[in-house]
Design a protein around this ligand. Structure first.
Ligand code: AMP
Length: 398
């Protein structure tokens, strides 16, 4: 996959053309209302640009995980939220293919916008059924893929459509890819990655890919326990996966081969109970009592990692350093988030973070805006870190 081949619609004339935009309108909703409009807000500038160039804009997306048609998962409320944010009428098509879709699309004038109903009301979407993709394609002249967060799935609306229509990368997709390329492919060195979270088993490919690419790999969270255990450290009742000790040793050996320095915690915040306000202590990593759990990295580990960050030019971050949702086990994650954000703000560090929990942790530490780029694309972000080709992106480079 040659990412230099990605094209945007910048050089083409979209006036009078029906432009299908695959967006990610899968927003958090409650009681039939949009609960968090961030994803819609981010889409607005790109849609406005198409409108001002005279395109007929047709927005398609999935919403939730319906099994067939499910009124609870209609995109209508999302279309209404988009209408408010964009400040112009947005028509709604009660289906994404067939007559009901065509009627709405045919009524569009240049510069008008329509949102079509949830793609996943049709089985053909997730099956990447060529007939379903062909039905979608009838509604447009040009296809713009602007949902990076869905690009790790080969669905009709992410991959299938590219076989039928001239296909382009949208501005949000480009932004995401550029940020990830800056961090992984052509980074300013030295580079470091922070990988945390619960389990090694869910991030083996991420870790293996990163040790071949970055200069330093900082491991925290529950997964650090498995690495420590693999080196003979007693981790008491901590979350750990002894069955992955050998895998952890393989990753450590791979790191050494590639000249990647692994940074593991040297002290920890421990507790006997996994609950809000539990009594906690700070101990050296070699002194974890048999009946205690490691729930965060300790102050000496924080200083050590902060020092690594000082000497780093590019940072990639996925996963918290501890059980940050539960006080007092968030300090490791929050301190490092603040340290990375401060360096990024001073222009000394390019910092790219992603993943659901990581975004929540950065928001809780109130530093999201200071990071160079924060990806909200959970699965697609992780698959990119694994070094995998994303079908929705690869299709645009053909
Ligand atoms: P992940 O989805 O793999 O990124 O894992 C995130 C989860 O890992 C968060 O909910 C954290 O609370 C949890 N976590 C991080 N460190 C620990 C730890 N030391 N012990 C237990 N859970 C942890």
């Amino acid at each position: 996959m040659n990412l230099d081949k990605l094209k945007t619609t910048d050089g083409i004339d979209v006036a009078g053309k029906r432009v299908i935009v695959r967006a990610d309108l899968n927003v958090p909703a409650k009681d039939g209302r949009v609960a968090d409009a961030t994803r819609i807000e981010r889409l607005v500038p790109g849609l406005k640009a198409l409108v001002s160039r005279g395109a007929k804009v047709i927005v398609i997306s999935h919403f939730g995980r319906p099994k067939g048609v499910d009124p609870e998962l209609s995109l209508r409320p999302v279309a209404e939220a988009l209408q408010k944010l964009i400040g112009q009428p947005v028509s709604f098509g009660e289906d994404c293919i067939g007559e009901r879709a065509a009627t709405v699309v045919n009524s569009l004038h240049d510069g008008d916008i329509a949102v079509l109903e949830n793609l996943r009301f049709h089985k053909g979407e997730e099956k990447n059924d060529p007939e379903f993709a062909a039905e979608l394609a009838k509604l447009g002249d040009v296809f713009v893929e602007d949902a990076f967060s869905c690009a790790h799935r080969a669905h009709a609306s992410t991959e299938g459509l590219t076989h039928h229509l001239p296909s382009y990368a949208g501005p949000l997709l480009m932004e995401e890819i550029n940020a990830l390329r800056t961090a992984l492919e052509k980074p300013k060195r030295p580079t470091a990655a922070v990988v945390g979270g619960a389990k090694v088993s869910t991030k083996i490919t991420v870790l293996t890919n990163l040790v071949a690419k970055v200069d330093k790999l900082i491991i925290g969270g529950g997964m650090a326990n498995t690495f420590l255990q693999a080196q003979g450290v007693m981790v008491g009742k901590s979350l750990a996966e002894p069955e992955f000790n050998a895998t952890a040793r393989d990753i450590l050996a791979e790191a050494q081969k590639n000249g990647c320095e692994i940074v593991l915690p040297v002290d920890a915040v421990i507790a006997r109970e996994f609950k809000e306000g539990a009594a906690s202590e700070i101990v050296a990593i070699s002194d974890v009592p048999f009946d205690a759990m490691i729930l965060d990295i300790g102050p000496r580990s924080i200083s050590r990692v902060a020092k690594v960050l000082e000497g780093t030019k590019t940072l990639l971050w996925n996963g918290p350093m501890g059980a940050f949702e539960i006080s007092p086990f968030g300090e490791g994650t929050f301190s490092l988030a603040r340290a990375a954000a401060a360096l990024a703000k001073e222009g000394r560090l390019v910092s790219v973070a992603g993943g659901g929990d990581t975004v929540a942790a950065l928001n809780a530490a109130q530093v999201t805006d200071d990071f160079s780029y924060v990806s909200t694309a959970g699965g697609a972000f992780l698959e990119w870190l694994e070094g995998r080709e994303l079908p929705g992106v690869a299709a645009l480079t053909r």
